[in-house]
Write a protein that binds this ligand. Structure first.
Ligand code: ADP
Ligand code: MG
Length: 265
C-alpha cells in the first residue's frame, strides 16, 4: 500500500466491501399529484449479489415499476439509499446519474421500444452513438451482441419484419451493447405468447449463466420459475423474498401444445 493516495485505498476498500451489486436501504418514493400524495414505495430494503437472476412480482400498483425506475437511475427516491457497486447513486448530481444509467444499466421493456424502419443492427448500435463510438466499431459490436441472442441472421431486418420474440431479442441485444453490469426488464414477456415468453426467458438465463445480473418484473409465476430468486411486493412494501434451489431451465421446458394464436408479432 506504501505511497498509494488515500482515495485509491478507500476506493479499493469500497470495492472489496461491495459484495452486493446493488443494495437498497429503506427506499421510499412518494408521488405528488396536486394536493394528493401517493406512497409508491414505503421503505424497501434488499440487496442483490452480482450474477443473481431475480424476479420482481406483486399485484398491479404494488410499486414494481417504481422500484425498477429507481434501480435504473431513471428516478430518485424521496428518502432512503440506493447503492450500485457500492456507490450511493441517489446522492449524485443528475449528469453523473445519467452517465451511470447509460454506461452501467441495460433496459428491456414490454413493448420492445425499437425504432421502426430501422434495421436490427442499427437499433442495437444506437446506445453506442450516445457514447461517442465510431460507426464501424458500433456496427461491429452490435453484430457481436446480436449473435449472442441468436439474431445473427436477421441483422438487416426491420422490426415490422420480425416476430415479437425476435424484436425482444433485438431489444435485449441493444440493452447489452454498452456492456452493462445490470439488466433491468419490466414485463419483458408481457406482450408475448407463452411459448415465445419462455424463449425470451431462455435468453436471459443464457446471459445470467455467463455472469450477468438480471432483474425481471413479471406478474406471471411461470416466468418467475426461471429465476433464482423472487422479491414479492405488496402496497409499496417488500413482503417476500424467496430463493429457488433449482430454477426451471427454459431450454428444456416441455414444449407447449400449439394453440391457434401462433401468429408472429
Ligand atoms: P406496478 O409497477 O407494481 O404496477 P407502480 O410502481 O407503477 O406499480 O405504481 C405504484 C403506485 O404509484 C401506484 O399507486 C401508481 O398509481 C403510483 N404511481 C406510479 N407512477 C406514478 C407517477 N409518475 N405519478 C403518480 N403516481 C404514480
Ligand atoms: Mg409496472
Amino acid at each position: 500500500m506504501g505511497d498509494e493516495p488515500v482515495n485509491t485505498i478507500s476506493r479499493r476498500l469500497i470495492t472489496a466491501m461491495a459484495q452486493y451489486l446493488f443494495e437498497t436501504i429503506d427506499l421510499k418514493k412518494a408521488y405528488r399529484i396536486g394536493s394528493q400524495e401517493v406512497s409508491a414505495l414505503r421503505g424497501v430494503s434488499t440487496a442483490v449479489h452480482r450474477g443473481e437472476f431475480t424476479a420482481v412480482m406483486g399485484p398491479s400498483g404494488s410499486g414494481k415499476s417504481t422500484f425498477m425506475n429507481l434501480l435504473g437511475c431513471l428516478d430518485t427516491p424521496t428518502s432512503g439509499q440506493y447503492l450500485l457497486e457500492g456507490v450511493a447513486v441517489s446522492a449524485l448530481p443528475a449528469p453523473h446519474r445519467a452517465r451511470i444509467r447509460n454506461r452501467r444499466i441495460g433496459f428491456v421493456f414490454q413493448s420492445f421500444n425499437l425504432l421502426p424502419r430501422t434495421s436490427a443492427l442499427e437499433n442495437t448500435a444506437l446506445p453506442l452513438r450516445y457514447a461517442g463510438i465510431a460507426r464501424s466499431k458500433r456496427l461491429e459490436r452490435a453484430e457481436e451482441v446480436l449473435g449472442w441472442v441468436g439474431m445473427a441472421d436477421r441483422l438487416e431486418h426491420h422490426p415490422s419484419q420480425l416476430s415479437g420474440g425476435q424484436q425482444q431479442r433485438v431489444a435485449i441485444a441493444r440493452a447489452l451493447v454498452n456492456d452493462p453490469v445490470l439488466i433491468l426488464a419490466d414485463e419483458p414477456t408481457g406482450a408475448l405468447d407463452t411459448r415465445t415468453g419462455i424463449e425470451v426467458m431462455s435468453v436471459f438465463q443464457d446471459l445470467n449463466r455467463s455472469g450477468m445480473t438480471v432483474v425481471v418484473v413479471t406478474h406471471d409465476p411461470e416466468v418467475a420459475n426461471f429465476t433464482q430468486r423472487t422479491l414479492l411486493f405488496r402496497d409499496g412494501l417488500l413482503v417476500g423474498d424467496r430463493r429457488s434451489v433449482k430454477p426451471a431451465d427454459a431450454r428444456t421446458h416441455p414444449p407447449l401444445p400449439v394453440v391457434e394464436k401462433e401468429a408472429a408479432g
